[in-house]
Design a protein around this ligand. Structure first.
Ligand code: ZN
Length: 239
């Protein structure tokens, strides 16, 4: 019987780090994949390596399960998507109602590349931190999109792939709470210090919830989630 294994889309952000922790808690062999597509927040590619080392050190029980890390270069994606994630322009909402941080088809491409890699690695479970609860409206983060993609990948590669998205219906406050449930204060501290969420790649400004510019949509979501989680914890403590 094969060892239960999974490939996690790991960007080095808060969501994918919590997903990775949850997967390490459940699977015996876990590999990770990241993508270099010319993102402005390229700092996340460096932070993810440090995070993997920190996870190994802080959680020895996970260290033996954490297998190979892969980084795939997708420079074409950066070239064909004129977005504020890949160009030096202000982040704003466009006429279609989507923020210009939207890279069309990004998650479809990521999962397709991940499946091609997983196929070679003998893995059929793909895990990603997409969420449609307090997201920015990106259509490729929706559960319908990703489950339909899992069907297409299974048909197209003649292998039964599943896509797991443990945060799909969890808001940002819930993501902090989940991190604490899985790995206690150690994991929460590791996320504060080590993960990168800010769209602008800001590592100069340190807040209670971690590093970032504090004003871009990603920082805003992360900060609000932290505040809500703290409020919930305080009110729970008074009962
Ligand atoms: Zn920011």
């Amino acid at each position: 019987m094969s060892i239960p294994s999974a490939l996690v889309l790991f960007s080095g952000g808060q969501d994918s780090t919590v997903c990775l922790a949850k997967t390490l808690d459940r699977y015996d062999r876990v590999e990770t994949v990241g993508f270099a597509y010319g993102q402005r927040h390229e700092v996340e590619l460096e932070t993810r390596l440090r995070l993997l080392a920190d996870l190994r050190q802080s959680f020895p029980e996970w260290s033996g399960r954490l297998g190979a890390d892969h980084v795939l270069a997708l420079p074409t994606l950066g070239r064909i998507s004129e977005t504020s994630l890949t160009r030096e322009v202000a982040i704003e909402i466009e006429t279609g109602g989507l923020p210009n941080t939207f890279v069309p088809g990004r998650n479809l491409l990521f999962f397709t590349y991940a499946a091609a890699l997983a196929y070679r690695r003998g893995i059929t479970t793909l895990v990603g931190g997409m969420c449609e609860t307090d997201y920015s409206g990106y259509p490729d983060c929706r559960n319908d999109t990703l489950q339909t993609l899992a069907d297409a990948l299974s048909l197209g590669m003649d292998r039964a792939f599943t896509i797991e998205t443990p945060l799909m219906y969890v808001d940002k406050a819930g993501t902090w709470a989940l991190a604490e449930r899985i790995g206690g204060a150690t994991l929460v501290d590791l996320i504060i210090e080590g993960t990168h969420t800010c769209y602008l790649g800001d590592r100069k400004h340190r807040h209670v919830w971690g590093y970032g510019c504090g004003t871009c949509p990603a920082c805003d979501l992360r900060a609000k989630g932290w505040d809500t989680w703290q409020t919930v914890k305080r009110s729970a403590a008074t009962y």
